[in-house]
Write a protein that binds this ligand. Structure first.
Ligand SMILES: Nc1nc2c(ncn2[C@@H]2O[C@H](COP(=O)(O)OP(=O)(O)OP(=O)(O)O)[C@@H](O)[C@H]2O)c(=O)[nH]1
Ligand SMILES: [Mg+2]
Length: 293
């Protein structure tokens, strides 16, 4: 097997800066779900990008924040674990330096991997000077290898970032078959797509209180039958998710089915149940079995 530039590249930063949007752009498909609400990503998600000259494994991570419950602690552990385990780090921000960024930057001490500062969402900035303001605000915070203003949504300046990433990786045998784009199981991907629709359709505490598990799936007469549970923390949240006359759960199901159909390339029949596990996010023991272990 021929050697290529190969390595693991972590995408880390505060919640909602656009890490998963970048991952999806780099891989060319929806590997990770995204939303306008913070703490969307809950596990490390590997996206594999193959080119003629490289195999780069991007590791998307949960946004680093101050945890308020066992799930929050789990999220930070996932992100910090990635910082310690990768060959290169993309540290993503979308605004000028604020003290909360220190909770990310402090984990860059005593690591060997180079850290590239990626300034995302430049499509939202009004003028060139605001990028400069962001760059200046990060001066002295850490010895970054380079600074890369990009837009993950529009794909702006990402080629330049990729050139430098490839340059910095070492030659090696590839880790994964070239057609593989992620290491997530189909069940995980499908439950995540369902959770994405919950995030899209609900507000305030509800999106954060939701976990999704696939209970059962089978292929029958060319149709993929999928049975999944949406777990919430309180009966009132269950009522919101079901909605008046079942309207909300129907909307979530219809949207999820379309995405799952696109991912699997087969007809899908989806049935959703809503269940309450009281305050599941608070307890370590409840996280296990819901995909967070
Ligand atoms: N305008 C604009 N919006 C963006 C860009 N990148 C991401 N977004 C939006 O920012 C929001 C957050 O994006 P995500 O990719 O889910 O952010 P994240 O950093 O993965 O968030 P967590 O998983 O919660 O840590 C979504 O509404 C995205 O559409 C960008 O370059 N420009
Ligand atoms: Mg994310």
């Amino acid at each position: 097997m021929s050697k290529k530039k190969v390595g693991f590249v972590g995408i880390v930063g505060r919640p909602n800066v656009g890490k998963s949007t970048l991952l999806n752009y780099l891989i060319g498909e929806k590997v990770a779900i995204t939303s306008d609400k913070p703490q969307t990503t809950r596990n490390q998600i590997l996206g594999i990008r193959n080119t003629d000259t490289s195999q780069i494994i991007f590791v998307d991570t949960p946004g680093i924040h101050k945890p308020r419950h066992a799930l929050g602690e789990y999220l930070d552990e996932q992100a910090i674990g990635a910082i310690k385990g990768v060959d290169l780090i993309l540290y993503m921000v979308d605004d000028v330096y604020k003290p909360a960024e220190y909770h990310v930057i402090k984990h860059f001490q005593n690591i060997e991997a180079k850290v590239l500062l990626v300034i995302n969402k430049i499509d939202l900035l009004k003028s060139r000077s605001s990028v400069d303001d962001i760059i200046v605000s990060y001066l002295g915070q850490y010895d970054f290898y380079g600074v890369y203003p990009i837009s993950s949504l529009e794909g702006t300046h990402i080629e330049h970032l990729l050139e430098d990433v490839e340059e910095l990786l070492e030659e090696n045998e590839v880790f994964y078959p070239e057609e593989q784009t992620t290491t997530q199981s189909d069940f995980t991907r499908m439950s995540e797509l369902i959770r994405e629709k919950v995030l899209y359709h609900t507000q305030e505490e509800v999106p954060h209180s939701v976990a999704v598990i696939v209970d059962y799936a089978e292929m029958k007469d060319g149709v993929y039958n999928l049975y999944a549970s949406i777990i919430v923390e309180r009966p009132s949240q269950k009522n919101i998710l079901i909605g008046k006359g079942g309207q909300m759960i129907k909307k979530i199901g219809t949207d999820a089915r379309k995405d799952i159909n696109k991912t699997l390339g087969t007809k899908v029949h989806l049935e959703l149940w809503v269940k309450v596990i009281k305050n599941w996010r608070q307890k370590q023991t409840n996280l296990q079995g819901l995909g967070y272990e």
